[in-house]
Ligand binder design. Structure first.
Ligand code: ZN
Length: 278
């Protein structure tokens, strides 16, 4: 797919967050160091509170105009500004109830930041959403549950059927060594194709952004069922360079302390092993 390369000041909280790296975690802002509802965390089924949620409803996730950007820390897929209207991708239902949360961007972490019962996936996608009543992500970051993140895990599988990683990675060469250059994809993509089949088995908890400024108040919804990416696509996605001309080998924040937070879980709890006498 051909793409249009444009230099632009993309409004993104990731860009404005400035000069930080995974090599100097102890120099991250105050909230990152002293917050008590930080992300990511290990999600443990056995100790989670069972709760049933209705299905999340994904609206307008099929034909979406997007731009692609190397932020220096990740590959970010941002909803194009001309799509930021009522036809923009948004969600409702599930733990979100009757509230509408609009998609600001999605981006990726390799390896995964959350772990599920201690298991770390090779890739995690973060779908960053803001409550529509706050207007935009910048404003929404100031409010508890003003913003939310839906998290999707990915396994590397060469039998993975077509999804939009194809469109994204086809264009990635244009940005892999160019930090802050935005590339608008010529064709619309299906963001829905990056989701797993089952979206009602979820972990829900109160957390934060996993990058500076680590804003707290995020409603996290981590889908239990993974989706997939092909090996060649994974290599392209994780092959970007930072503004220091270094390969972004990993962009995974370490696990944070739970500090007694409750984790809600709507899937099937792991069966406790029974001691069987033969
Ligand atoms: Zn993220």
């Amino acid at each position: 797919m051909k793409a249009i390369v444009v230099m632009s000041a993309v409004t993104s909280f990731l860009i404005r967050s400035g000069d930080w790296s995974y090599d100097n975690l102890d120099e991250w802002p105050e909230t990152c160091l002293n917050g008590t509802t930080q992300s990511p965390i290990n999600l443990e089924k056995a100790s989670a509170t069972r709760r049933n949620f209705s299905e999340i409803v994904f609206n307008n996730f099929y034909n979406v105009n997007v731009t692609l950007q190397n932020t220096g820390h990740t590959v970010q897929v941002t909803i194009s500004e001309d799509d930021q209207n009522t036809l923009s991708p948004n969600i409702t239902g599930g733990v979100f109830g009757t509230n509408y949360y609009f998609l600001d961007n999605l981006h990726f972490h390799w390896n995964s930041e959350h772990t599920i019962d201690g298991y770390r996936y090779p890739l995690e996608g973060h779908f960053l959403l803001y409550n529509h009543s706050y207007g935009n992500i910048t404003n929404a970051l100031n409010y508890i549950h003003g913003f939310a993140v839906i998290s999707v895990m990915y396994e590397i599988e060469d039998s993975c059927t077509y999804n939009s990683f194809e469109d994204i990675t086809e264009t990635i060469d244009d940005i892999s060594k160019n930090v802050s250059v935005s590339v608008r994809l010529r064709n619309k993509i299906s963001i829905h194709s990056l989701l797993p089949t089952t979206t009602n088995k979820v972990f829900v908890y109160n957390g934060s952004l996993t990058t500076p400024d680590c804003n707290e108040g995020a409603l996290w919804v981590v889908l239990e069922e993974p989706s997939c990416i092909k090996q060649s696509q994974y290599e392209k996605l994780s092959g970007i360079y930072s503004d220091r001309d270094a390969l972004v080998e990993q962009n995974t924040r370490p696990l944070q302390d739970l500090y007694g937070r409750e984790i809600l879980y709507s899937g099937t709890a792991a069966m406790k092993k029974k001691f069987v006498r033969l």
